[in-house]
Design a protein around this ligand. Structure first.
Ligand code: CTP
Length: 400
């Protein structure tokens, strides 16, 4: 569940540091990447070796590498993390955090972090209850940091009261909740097609189109950010994409896209078909490159399989199917016809008549047509924003 999530854990000088190796194991088991930072005092309570072994990364304890004098960029660490947890948090580091002191790598990383920051104080009950500590905690909360409150119980001092670090299993659950988006798309499997298809004339020539694959890629990314598991099938395109929640399959021809789409669709709750699939393919592609002097008078074409229509026929209860339509005339009426004949729940109409919309560019101007007959028109927007609009409309108007 946490595959690809990046967590920085800052450990400070408190006896409760012994619980962190257990927490790291739980996070790693779920696929998270964990980077541990330790204050010098923390190294007296648990060894960096234990944590570097469990995290499979060197533990960072100071600004500089002793061997060659090079330094670790706290800014990069702060930007890398999806979540920063300081646990256990001693009264000393807590006070420094509240006052913006930056005298070790952990404190500078906290100041540079743009991600959610969680802190878990652990100390003796009287230190915890002291007005200074409580005031410092209030200050951290006012920065938007979130607290994992210490629990009551027996403390290292022999006293009993609030001050114990929450158990690793509980901290793990809090981390999981914070890192897994809770949207209607979370945990859903979604098929997305993108890009053009290339239909071979001979081994070096093909029939294709100008689709860049960008609209489909933006939709795949938006879905992944909302917690979906995406199967993205793309035709030849320059787009490079790496996301732990997107499984990318590259194909060339309409026939290959058809094979993969029909195989994957039965397991998906939603399919969004943005690909500009070639409607015709050469009937008999030449096995060798056609020489200039052998110029054919004509290339005989055959219709490709209509993937969207095939999925429309396969569609079972509980599945949603979204198509795209690229029209140059009678746009609304033609798109509605496609919606009905292909058994779709929603069709996204993009018109080549609008400047800045359609193939190739960074922007698009779309209208959404629903089975119910409802139509929503959007202004020209970036393809990233269009992807968000489409998902918001699916969430609002269709029951996924
Ligand atoms: N599509 C498909 N398989 C094809 C052709 C199109 O899955 N062989 C899908 C596209 O991915 C898009 C939708 O059908 O979601 C509409 O594509 P479009 O080219 O606008 O329409 P066509 O159905 O091909 O009809 P026409 O070209 O005649 O307008």
């Amino acid at each position: 569940m946490l595959k690809g999530k990046k967590i920085v854990i800052g450990i400070t000088g408190s006896i409760a540091a012994f619980k962190i190796p257990f927490l790291v194991r739980l996070l790693k088991k779920e696929g998270a990447e964990v980077q541990v930072l330790m204050t010098p005092a923390a190294c007296d309570f648990v060894t960096p070796l234990t944590l570097s072994t469990l995290t499979e990364r060197p533990v960072l304890t100071s600004f500089f590498k002793k061997e060659d004098g090079s330094w670790f960029s706290h800014v990069n660490l702060g930007l890398w993390a999806d979540l920063l947890l300081i646990a256990p948090l001693s009264a000393n580091t807590l006070a420094k955090m509240a006052n913006g002191i930056a005298d070790n790598l952990l404190l500078t990383t906290i100041l540079s972090a743009r991600c959610p920051v969680y802190f878990a104080p652990a100390m003796d009950m009287d230190m915890y209850g002291h007005p200074t500590t409580q005031e410092n905690i209030r200050k951290l909360l006012s920065f938007g940091y979130r607290i994992i409150k210490p629990v009551e119980g027996e403390l290292a001092s022999g006293l009993s009261g609030p001050g114990r670090l929450e158990e690793p299993e509980q901290v793990f659950e809090i981390m999981k909740k914070a890192l897994t988006p809770d949207t209607v798309f979370s945990g859903k499997k979604v098929l997305v097609t993108a890009g053009p298809t290339y239909e071979p004339i001979d081994p070096v020539r093909f029939i294709g189109n100008h689709s860049s694959g960008r609209m489909g890629t933006e939709i795949a990314l938006a879905l992944a950010h909302k917690g979906a598991a995406v199967e993205l099938i793309t035709g030849p395109s320059a787009i490079e994409l790496e996301h732990p929640c997107i499984n990318l399959t590259r194909i060339n021809t309409a026939e290959e896209m058809y094979t993969h789409s029909t195989q994957l669709f039965p397991d998906c709750q939603l399919a969004i078909m943005t690909a500009a699939v070639a409607d015709f393919a050469p009937l008999k592609p030449a096995e060798q490159k056609i020489k200039k002097e052998n110029r054919p008078d004509a290339i005989h074409l055959q219709a490709t399989k209509d993937i969207l229509a095939a999925l429309g026929k396969m569609k079972a209860k509980g599945q949603l199917l979204v198509g795209f339509a690229l029209e140059t005339e009678d746009e609304g009426a033609n798109a509605l016809k496609k919606l009905k004949s292909k058994n779709l729940d929603l069709i996204v109409l993009n018109s080549l008549n609008d400047e800045g919309a359609g193939f190739g560019g960074q922007s698009n101007k779309v209208s959404l047509l629903f089975k119910s007959g409802e139509k929503i028109d959007y202004p020209l927007k970036s393809k990233t924003a269009v992807a968000e609009d489409i998902l918001a409309a699916i969430e609002e108007k269709l029951s996924i």
